[in-house]
Design a protein around this ligand. Structure first.
Ligand SMILES: [Zn+2]
Length: 127
């Protein structure tokens, strides 16, 4: 008999309910830049604009942020991550699809922790 195991998390970390969903529902806070990065990727993949916006540091959040031109996100690949005090980074590649075209974005994202909570600060796209 087939037994459903639940939805897969877009970030590739296993079951959604045990991976990024608690963050998206506000039941838990990411403890590391990597967890925040994964949850933000999953939020992009699931079209959760509010989560993307609230996990973005207010000082760098674009005005009128929306996911209107959000591509279809296919896969997240983490390359490196590190934390130093209240600063952290994640180097990653994210694969996406627009119509029939597949693309990849490679970025080094920077994170900052304030009052025990991690925020996305800014990213450098790598060519
Ligand atoms: Zn996840």
């Amino acid at each position: 008999m087939n037994k459903p195991l639940g939805k897969k998390c877009p970030c590739g970390g296993g079951k959604y309910a045990k991976c990024c969903e608690p963050f998206h529902l506000g039941k838990a806070l990411p403890r590391t830049p990597e967890e925040l990065m994964r949850s933000r990727y999953s939020a992009y993949a699931r079209g959760l604009a509010d989560y993307v916006a609230t996990s973005w540091h207010p000082s760098t959040l674009p005005k009128n942020f929306s996911l209107d031109d959000n591509p279809q996100w296919l896969q997240l690949q983490l390359i490196a991550t590190g934390t130093h005090g209240n600063r952290g980074y994640v180097h990653f590649k994210a694969y996406f699809q627009i119509d029939d075209d597949i693309g990849v974005m490679e970025e080094q994202s920077h994170f900052v922790r304030e009052d025990g909570r991690w925020y996305y600060l800014e990213g450098e796209v790598q060519d």
